[in-house]
Write a protein that binds this ligand. Structure first.
Ligand SMILES: Nc1nc2c(ncn2[C@@H]2O[C@H](COP(=O)(O)OP(=O)(O)OP(=O)(O)O)[C@@H](O)[C@H]2O)c(=O)[nH]1
Ligand SMILES: [Mg+2]
Length: 202
């Protein structure tokens, strides 16, 4: 059992302006549609259906907040880059995402999830730039690592680590699989730091 099994659904919001409480520590999961954000949250919290997952991209359209304790929250953000979404909605979402990254005081870390086979698309890069500009630490999580053999996985990891240097910010890169749980320990240790959790609180 780890600390993260405690997660409970707290609230949903249509956009970030509707989020009220801005105290304590919040860590958000962001990334393209279908990158595996909701699956990663379920794997992290050892709950099958905490965050809704789907084969259809664009499943998570609301911001979903999960409470760990009174001072700590996990946030599942809607995915971006989904072709079927109307341009006006995409722009609105990008604006409000930028605003959230810049203005949300409790936001202390951003996990940017990217399919290990297609890392750092344009919008992923924009997001990391925004986060670095806002002084936020970033964990670039290369998801679905089970899809690659270990040689190719290491190759992708090194390539992304190299690319991450260009952001000149606090950007960590790890591989992860919700299916095999590869990288779960790495994800937890980064989150533990951001949430200021000691080893003893597991
Ligand atoms: N093989 C494999 N498939 C995965 C993994 N994680 C997620 N998937 C699959 O990828 C698809 C999308 O997963 P979600 O977790 O719903 O993705 P999301 O990023 O939350 O998507 P949106 O809510 O649309 O933005 C689902 O079919 C998952 O089963 C993984 O680690 N390995
Ligand atoms: Mg989702």
């Amino acid at each position: 059992m780890t600390y993260y099994t405690k997660a409970k659904f707290l609230t949903s919001a249509p956009d970030i302006r509707h989020l009220k409480m801005d105290e304590g520590i919040e860590v958000a999961f962001a990334g393209r549609s279908n990158a595996g954000k909701s699956s990663a949250l379920n794997t992290l919290t050892r709950q099958k259906n905490l965050a809704r997952t789907s084969k259809t991209p664009g499943r998570t359209q609301l911001i979903n907040i999960f409470e760990l304790d009174e001072q700590r929250r996990l946030v599942d953000l809607p995915g971006y880059g989904y072709a079927q979404v109307p341009v006006a909605m995409k722009q609105k979402w990008q604006r409000s995402l930028g605003e959230y990254l810049q203005k949300r005081k409790s936001l202390k870390g951003l996990v940017v999830l990217m399919d290990i086979r297609h890392p750092f698309k344009d919008l992923d890069q924009d997001l990391v730039h925004w986060a670095v500009d806002a002084g936020l630490p970033v964990l670039a999580l290369l998801t679905k690592s089970d899809k690659l053999k270990s040689g190719k996985r290491k190759e992708q990891l090194m390539m992304v680590e190299e690319a991450a240097l260009a952001f000149c910010g606090d950007v960590t890169v790890k591989t992860f699989s919700s299916l095999s749980r590869q990288g779960l320990g790495d994800l937890e240790s980064v989150l533990n730091q951001w949430f200021k959790l000691g080893e003893s609180e597991d």
